[in-house]
Design a protein around this ligand. Structure first.
Ligand SMILES: Cc1ncc(COP(=O)(O)O)c(C=O)c1O
Length: 395
């Protein structure tokens, strides 16, 4: 079955009792049992729920494995993986460019329990070898990364992690299973912020963990029930609805991202564009090899001041200034003050995360409108600079 067909048909038969084409939301906390302990697979909705189970089956199909567990947020999903595999004294290796919330949960929550975090340039094979030890339990990567869209060689990192006896976790949020299949590249676990492209409409918060092996999945599944960070049946149903257009949406997101990346690349006020689809992107060759599309996100560094960045991101017509990404409606974000503000300024600088970086999440609007919105904003900044120079010379 092809990917688009899976998003609509995999694990989604019409509802058997009534023939309803789209299965209902099982909005129930509990289930009547025939005798104590005798039920039809559902006893309490924290433990299991038919709408959630359907979503988990679809997500597993899309990532090409048999095990998925969904959570109340991407970070709840991350927490379950970290809790399942890390104990005091264990080490985890993460890249320099990593989602701010992942950095925070490791450094502010797990470090306090004695977990050691090694943050390195994971694209550098020697640095990775140096960071790995017999105490490394997990290597955790995103690719492409948030916010600089760096691309890492997943297969090479999986080989290095496995040789050290560690498991590789890939956050596949930015690529989505349409454009990247991390299990085929050697990942042991995949996590998602379902909130983003999988949900796709900026109307829910949700996360997922996927695993190929039952033994790897079992402790995560246990924690889903034992710690209880589960999503509502309604939110699961919304994701099932969103998933049905995942391929269509991703194609438009990608078309928009490419058009924007090319327009920004040609603008004199842009110092640098980060988009894996541009041949100038340092990860372009790896992305071409391990992805089937370059994704829908674009970041760029404005050749200007932080005040100019703030003015630019605050006054776009179609790009709403907001956290998050991956929805049908375009969003713009200033990572240094928003999504990555939890990383201290000195650490941000050391990690190469510039304060003039702008992150764009093009929606499913028409590319002409989105490009025009961005270019007119940059042209307005250039015009304001010229006017300031003229008035200074005039004085
Ligand atoms: C790459 C990535 N992973 C994980 C998360 C966390 O997901 P959530 O916000 O659903 O908790 C985010 C959120 O922005 C993200 O961008």
């Amino acid at each position: 079955m092809e990917f688009a067909t899976k998003t609509i048909h995999a694990a989604q038969p019409s509802e058997p009792e009534t023939g309803a084409l789209i299965a209902p939301i099982f909005q129930t906390s509990t289930y009547e049992q025939e005798a104590p302990g005798q039920h039809r697979g559902f006893d309490y909705s924290r433990t299991n729920n038919p709408t959630r189970a359907r979503l988990e089956a679809v997500l597993a199909e899309l990532e090409g494995v048999s095990h998925a567990a969904v959570f109340g947020s991407g970070l709840a999903a991350e927490n379950a993986v970290l809790q399942a595999f890390l104990r005091p004294g264990d080490e985890v290796v993460i890249p320099q460019d990593v989602y701010g919330g992942t950095y925070r949960i490791l450094n502010r929550v797990f470090a306090a329990f004695g977990v050691v975090i090694r943050q390195i340039d994971i694209g550098d094979a020697a640095a990775l070898q140096n960071a790995l030890s017999s105490r490394t339990r997990l290597v955790w990567i995103e690719s492409p990364t948030n916010p600089r869209l760096l691309v890492y060689d997943i297969a090479a990192i999986a080989t290095a992690a496995h040789a050290a006896g560690a498991r590789l976790v890939v956050d596949n949020t930015f690529a989505t299973p349409l454009f990247q299949q991390p299990f085929e590249l050697g990942a042991d676990l995949v996590v998602h912020s379902v909130t983003k492209y999988l949900g796709g409409h900026s109307d829910l918060i949700q996360g997922a963990v996927l695993a190929r092996d039952a033994s790897v999945f079992e402790p995560v599944k246990f924690l889903q029930n034992a710690t209880g960070a589960v999503p509502s049946a309604f939110d699961c149903w919304l994701t099932l609805r969103g998933l049905k257009t995942l391929e269509l949406r991703m194609q438009r997101h990608q078309e928009n991202a490419r058009a924007i990346a090319e327009a920004l690349d040609a603008h004199p006020l842009v110092r640098r564009v980060y988009y894996p689809g541009l041949p100038s992107h340092p990860g372009h060759e790896i992305a071409t090899r391990q992805m089937t599309g370059f994704g829908g996100m674009v970041s760029f560094e404005l050749d200007g001041t932080v005040d100019e960045v703030v003015s630019f991101v605050s006054s776009r017509r179609f790009f709403a200034l907001g956290e998050s990404l991956g929805g049908v409606k375009a969003l713009v974000c200033h990572p240094a003050r928003m999504t990555h503000a939890s990383i201290p300024a000195t650490d941000r600088a050391a990690l190469g995360l510039s304060d003039t970086l702008v992150r764009l999440s093009p929606g499913c609007e028409h590319p002409r409108d989105l490009v025009a919105d961005l270019v007119s904003g940059l042209d307005a900044l250039a015009a304001a600079r010229t006017a300031a120079t003229i008035s200074a010379v005039g004085v």
